[in-house]
Design a protein around this ligand. Structure first.
Ligand code: GLN
Length: 264
């Protein structure tokens, strides 16, 4: 190697060192500096509204169980959570995380092997099953009762997966979000609707003309999604989740949104 190219190499290395130095000094002003956040000072959460009680609009803000949990992470990082409302499909395929639309996805999202190929999940933070919503007094208590009837499903969800597998002889009707699905049940477009139990029990509280006919023991667990390989953020979230379970914060948040205490 000539002396000239060697000195050029050193210059480049020195310039790089300066650049790296600058970046870290700059972002350390804003919290979460080592995490390569999409926007400095913010923790951007992708979700699909509404999914009450996990996330829903209240006036100008978004509130819910997931929102409160992610706020704990934001607080720990000394940044502010910002919610990005986006279709569930982009969330569950990992696309929104890969294109850096947000840092994490918190959307009442079940950890599944297929999704795990496209994004990384934190430790589970909530147990769920699928459930069947009907009009109060309707004679449907199982999938078998729905033979020849219409079952509403929400696209891209684990409810859809369950229905495709178990709703033999039942006509399934797809809806893009849970609001359209629940309205379809109310207006009689479908005879029953399948979705996560937490969401359906919340709906029944406010809509006493509907009832949860049964739950299917799918043994689902929700996880927060991060970009594949973003171990720093995943570990940070896990650390905060663990601490919140140990110091009672998780239980307090759980009781705020659900009538029963969490399973231990
Ligand atoms: N838990 C379900 C799933 O992960 C539904 C999530 C949702 O609709 N936000 O597919």
């Amino acid at each position: 190697m000539s002396t000239r190219s060697a000195s050029h190499l050193i210059t480049t290395a020195a310039a790089l060192a300066v650049l790296v130095g600058c970046t870290s000094t700059k972002s350390s002003d804003t919290g979460g500096s080592t995490l390569d956040l999409v926007e400095p000072g913010k923790l951007k959460t992708c979700t699909h509204l509404p999914y009450e009680p996990f996330q829903s609009r209240k006036g100008n803000t978004v509130v819910g169980f997931d929102v409160d949990l992610v706020d704990l992470v934001a607080k720990d990082l000394k940044v502010k959570q910002e919610i990005v409302d986006t279709p569930f499909e982009g969330i569950q395929t990992g696309e929104d995380l890969n294109t850096r639309k947000c840092d994490l996805a918190a959307a009442g999202m079940t950890i599944t092997p297929v999704r795990e190929e496209n994004l990384d999940f934190t430790d589970p933070y909530f147990d769920a099953t699928q459930a069947l919503l009907v009009k109060k007094g309707a004679p449907y208590h199982s999938m078998a009762d729905l033979k020849g009837k219409k079952l509403g499903i929400q696209q891209g969800t684990t409810g859809e997966t369950y229905a495709k597998k178990h709703a033999t002889g039942v006509t399934t009707v797809e809806f893009e979000d849970v609001t359209l699905l629940l309205t379809a049940l109310k207006t009689g477009q479908v005879d029953a609707a399948i979705n996560d139990n937490g969401v359906l029990f919340e709906y029944v509280k406010k809509n006493p003309d509907t009832a949860v006919a049964t739950e299917f023991q799918t043994g689902e667990r929700y996880g927060i999604g991060v970009r594949t390989g973003n171990d720093k953020l995943r570990k940070e979230i896990n650390k905060v989740l663990k601490k919140s379970r140990a110091d009672g914060t998780y239980d307090r948040i759980y009781k705020k949104w659900f009538p029963t205490a969490p399973k231990k």
